[in-house]
Design a binder for this molecule. Structure first.
Ligand code: ATP
Ligand code: MG
Length: 381
């Protein structure tokens, strides 16, 4: 059953077009995670669903009802923000029951709903405290509890964990996933955190400048990005992009090279029309680059280590590959990022030979960065 449906949502702030023709259909019980760069419209989209912002055009349906013109309180949604926004003069129990009190529900019903939510969130012993007597994680649980008591059709979360420290975030991430499983409710969740997106989502929505770039399961998006933007956005450290030229096309096999890159052949899995001499962008994830002794074999790059990050179980290298043209985005360093899943004793300025895994290469067209290499792996997740 469709729980939430967005049809051609547009939002203008004066001349600024913040959301551009958003179409999305969310099934009952799905956990949708929305990601995208700062300012791409994530909060705006949640606020339009919640009714806190009016849409300029389009339609929002919740359980088949058109709620586009309804007041926030009538839509059957509950929203949890980054800042907990609890009432300081009320107890935890009063905060959690607030929505139901406003809706003039009977006292017994409010009491039962608060107890149930408190039990789910394990804050039963905190109900008489005031917000200032709670830790950040407990406060965020109260904010979530306030949403649960209203039994909404759809939960909206806008970066609810970003004020918490790393350990608490991990704990709350696991708790939110269990909460989702327990309630079976539809959730739309905005985050900047790659791990949250990859681990919590049934499907990830990648937004960019008010447009949906791609929607799919976390692994689908990671393995089969539709375009250069999605490929570069998901994954940390991010995918490396290199400017290359087509040397040879033979059926599904395309050989590309660049000054500083020994020619490498990519199997496209589908024959594609590509002209010899065409300029393309080659993408390779940092984990698909390895160290080799011989820097002359296909797919090899010779360079010098600029920076080493020892993370314990893995080592990240930033390698300057001389005149090889790396295409840096806002988060790019201009160096090639290599992620080794072992402790490696590299030092700055050391010369190294890298090799790209030919089975894990992506090719992107120059026009808008559409992905032209088709992955061979099928995913059943
Ligand atoms: N009330 C407003 N008036 C005018 N412009 C706005 C308003 N609210 C948001 N915008 C603009 O709309 C765009 C999207 O903002 P939004 O808050 O949705 O971004 P976001 O994706 O949530 O970013 P972040 O990750 O930083 O929270 C931004 O360019 C922002 O400046
Ligand atoms: Mg935001």
């Amino acid at each position: 059953m469709t729980s939430l449906e967005l049809r051609q949502i547009n939002k203008n702030y004066g001349a600024y077009h913040a959301l551009r023709g958003i179409d999305l259909s969310v099934a009952q019980g799905e956990f949708i995670v929305m990601v995208g760069p700062s300012g791409c419209g994530k909060s705006t989209l949640l606020k339009t669903i919640a009714g806190l912002e009016e849409i300029s055009s389009g339609q929002i349906l919740i359980n088949g009802r058109d709620v586009s013109k309804q007041e926030p309180g009538d839509r059957g949604i509950a929203m949890v923000f980054q800042s907990y926004a609890l009432y300081p003069h009320m107890t935890v129990a009063e905060n959690m029951g607030f929505g139901l009190r406003m809706a003039k529900r009977p006292k017994a019903e409010i009491e039962a709903a608060v107890q149930r939510a408190a039990k789910i969130l394990r804050i039963t012993d905190q109900l008489e405290k005031r917000p200032k007597q709670l830790s950040g994680g407990q406060r965020q649980r109260v904010a979530i509890g306030r949403a649960i008591t209203r039994s909404p059709d759809v939960f909206l979360f806008d970066e609810p964990l970003s004020n918490l420290d790393a350990a608490l975030r991990t704990q709350m991430r696991v708790e939110l996933s269990s909460l989702h499983a327990e309630l079976g409710a539809t959730m739309v969740y905005v985050t900047h955190d790659q791990v949250e997106a990859m681990t919590m989502a049934s499907r990830i929505v990648v937004l960019n400048q008010g447009v949906i770039e791609q929607v799919g399961s976390p692994l689908e998006l990671y393995r089969n990005p539709d375009n250069l933007f999605v490929a570069g956005f998901l994954g940390a450290p991010r995918m490396n992009f290199l400017g290359v030229t087509v040397d040879e096309v033979s059926g599904r096999n395309v050989t590309v090279s660049a000054p500083g890159l020994v020619p490498v052949t990519v199997d496209l899995a589908e024959a594609t029309v590509l002209a010899k001499g065409a300029s393309l962008t080659l993408g390779v994830r940092p984990e698909n680059i390895s160290m080799v002794a011989d820097g002359a074999q296909g797919g090899a790059i010779n360079g010098a280590v600029r920076l080493v990050e020892h993370l314990g179980r893995e080592t990240i290298l930033y390698v300057d590959a001389g005149n090889l043209r790396t295409i840096a985005s806002e988060s790019g360093t201009g160096n090639i990022t290599v992620q080794l899943s072992y402790v490696a004793p590299f030092a700055a300025d050391q010369n190294v030979a890298l090799k790209l895994d030919a089975n894990e290469l992506y090719l992107f067209s120059p026009d808008g960065g559409r992905t032209i290499s088709v992955r061979k792996t099928t995913l059943d997740r």
